[in-house]
Design a protein around this ligand. Structure first.
Ligand SMILES: [Fe+2]
Ligand SMILES: [Fe+2]
Length: 197
């Protein structure tokens, strides 16, 4: 089903007012790629649009606010998130989306929750947002372009490519890797290995 244009306009207006211009531009880029990939791969484009528009709605909240949001909604915060509350921006985004925009779609929420780390069992919308977030046209790195092309042909291969890129980057920066990212990577690698056997 198509999204309500008024709701979309309300979300766009709020994001453009409350986020930095760069973030807003990124979000519009993610929407563009997400909707295109959704149509290409037979995934619900309305859900892809909503998930893309809302995935970073809490990204610019200060650390204490992210932690407070998680606490208020009874979300368990692990040691990594405690140390780097920015990691929570995807997991708390559904609370903001529900409260401010009346969104009520668990499939959309799931994709928003795991958009930066991934998770062990990723559905089509989870995969789509994970990839679109990485390869939208405003991303400066050359890997984004490669992933964009790969995602047109094979969404899951693109997910794996993004996971490998992100893991390498985190390790090179000597930063801890969130367990969700490791579980996501191992699960996908395992799935693809078994598929080719
Ligand atoms: Fe994000
Ligand atoms: Fe993002």
């Amino acid at each position: 089903m198509a999204n309500d244009p008024d709701q979309i306009a309300r979300i766009e207006a709020s994001l453009s007012e409350n986020l930095s211009p760069t973030r807003f531009k990124h979000i519009l880029g993610v929407r563009e790629v997400a909707v295109r990939l959704a149509k290409r791969h037979g995934i619900d484009a309305a859900r892809a649009e909503l998930a893309a528009l809302l995935h970073d709605c809490a990204k610019e909240r200060p650390d204490d606010e992210l932690l407070a949001l998680a606490k208020r909604h009874g979300l368990a915060v692990d040691e990594y998130e405690q140390q780097t509350p920015g990691l929570l921006h995807g997991k708390v985004a559904p609370f903001v989306a529900a409260e401010q925009f009346g969104v009520d779609d668990e499939t959309v929420f799931d994709a928003m929750r795991c958009h930066s780390t991934g998770k062990a069992q990723m559905g089509p919308l989870d995969q789509l947002l994970f990839v679109a977030d990485f390869c939208e046209p405003n991303r400066p790195y050359t890997a984004a372009q490669e992933v964009r092309e790969l995602a047109e042909r094979d969404l899951e291969a693109a997910v794996l490519e993004v996971m490998q890129f992100k893991l390498r980057k985190t390790v090179l920066k000597k930063r801890p890797v969130h367990p969700d990212s490791i579980h996501a990577y191992n699960a996908l690698l395992d799935k693809r290995t078994h598929e080719t056997l």
